[in-house]
Design a protein around this ligand. Sequence first.
Ligand code: F6R
Length: 607
Amino acid sequence: MCGIVGIVGNQPVSERLVNALRRLEYRGYDSAGVATIEGGALRRRRAEGKLVNLETKLKEEPLPGAIGIAHTRWATHGAPTERNAHPHFTDGVAVVHNGIIENFAEIKDELIATGAEFQTETDTEVVAQLVAKYRRDGMGRWQAMHAMLKRVRGAYALAVLFEDDPSTIMAARNGPPLAIGHGNGEMFLGSDAIALAPFTNEITYLIDGDWAVIGTTGVHIFDIDGNIATRPRQVSMAAAYLVDKGNHRHFMEKEIYEQPEVVAHALGQYVNFIDNRAAPSSNIDFAKMPSLAISACGTAYLAGLIGKYWFERYARLPVEIDVASEFRYREIPLSPQSAALFISQSGETADTLASLRYCKEHGLKIGAVVNTRESTIARESDAVFPILAGPEIGVASTKAFTCQLAVLAALAIGAGRARGTVNEEEEQVLVRSLAEMPRIMGQVLNSIQPKIELLSRELSKCRDVLYLGRGTSFPLAMEGALKLKEISYIHAEGYAAGELKHGPIALIDENMPVIVIAPHDRFFDKTVSNMQEVAARGGRIILITDGRGAAVSKLDTMHTIVLPDVDEIIAPMIFSLPVQLLAYHTAVLLGADVDQPRNLAKSVTVE
Ligand code: F6R
């Protein structure tokens, strides 16, 4: 959600802090701020809106100082105004925070009763106020920090500066990630290793309950009881990734066009193309388990839903799946003989992590399908299945989705072999299809753009759009609707095509485009019947199908996008491409901020 950085340096930090914030802006961009200590005084600059506003302010009023903390905000408590922007200052204490202090109201009341005056509507200010109060009560800095951590409840990654100590940053983690970077005579702190990549690739991750005292030459880490804790120092891969847009207008566009390459890379890890076998090696044994649980949020959940079709079809493995925010509270009866898969691009999504811990408590083997290998979800899992998509910066997930699908497909085929439900010949046919996928993706991306741009012009004039699909195209219809609404702000819904007549058909009129995702698969004829129902009511159909589907459907559509004929197992990945591009071009035409849509953040570390 919010992004935080800190530098305990030996040269000026404010420009470097802002550069690091730029790499964290995907976490939130409602407001931003930076604080340093210079000449024994804490100073700050804050600005409402995007980071560029803070940069402008810093140009007008530079902020000297060789130690500092900074923040980019995704508002939870209090409007995204400059007044509520971090860092928060109280009596020589400066705080930046990612997360939610759940008992802030109770603490705030107590502090107000003792005379404290609050300047913001945020939950975070109680942290600064509490530490300042403990200092006034006579505690030292370390003691005050520890006492504050014992008092607050909730999720936090925190960085704290003390005006009377210009050589130390204190940090704490409970929930949202926090990475400490080891430099040369300087130390760094950040919400992820990518933010710190320009400074160092030597990283120590704090774990939940840890707090740290960071000086220029090293760090002391403690657990919540104040005992010294030792956490490994590791070399992060984050620096290996270039984070720029290349020749593309937006990260989202770049990430859509990267898909053939990254999907090929991901498949290479899970499939042996020499003998055409799925080769996912892991310590999760799919052979005998009675069922599999899958949980995730948003787009990752929709990838999981497609995965459910595959595990059930190819491995005859029953799958229990739900969005993580429901999964964890449903009190699902789970067998310890089962396994659970958690799908997450960031590997930090709070609800997904909570579901993971719930399953762990129930004794299930845990698998993580993640993009960020150093993430909390990866670290807490028994088996990690990296999707190898590289950093995804656009807030709307694209390449992570298709890489998640590629990995899930390979896992389902491997599970089918292990369970004896897919024989060698079937496995080879399925794997050969997967091997074809990157080439076909490239072919589709090179050919459909003109058609998509034309269609996007129509969509950009609409208020509502309906997406329909059957089988694995049903979750894809929901993904299409999610993509369109989140970046273009056009209202869109995804439905199972067969559900149309149970309600949504009432919406159909000549103003409502209906995007039907219908490869020529087992369900094609049924989906065509549903399209007839739409056509009979004057609905405008945009059909996304393949050559075979286009040849046999006799429907009068507003537009038809024709993709190559592909095997059923790779259709969701291939059909994702027009779905993503439609949303992208429509949003661009509407002048929307495609990479940073309003109200959203890439990494959702609060519940
Ligand atoms: C939508 C999107 C979100 C994420 C969701 C889960 O385009 O990106 O719906 O899929 O917030 O995030 P991760 O995968 O990081 O757990």
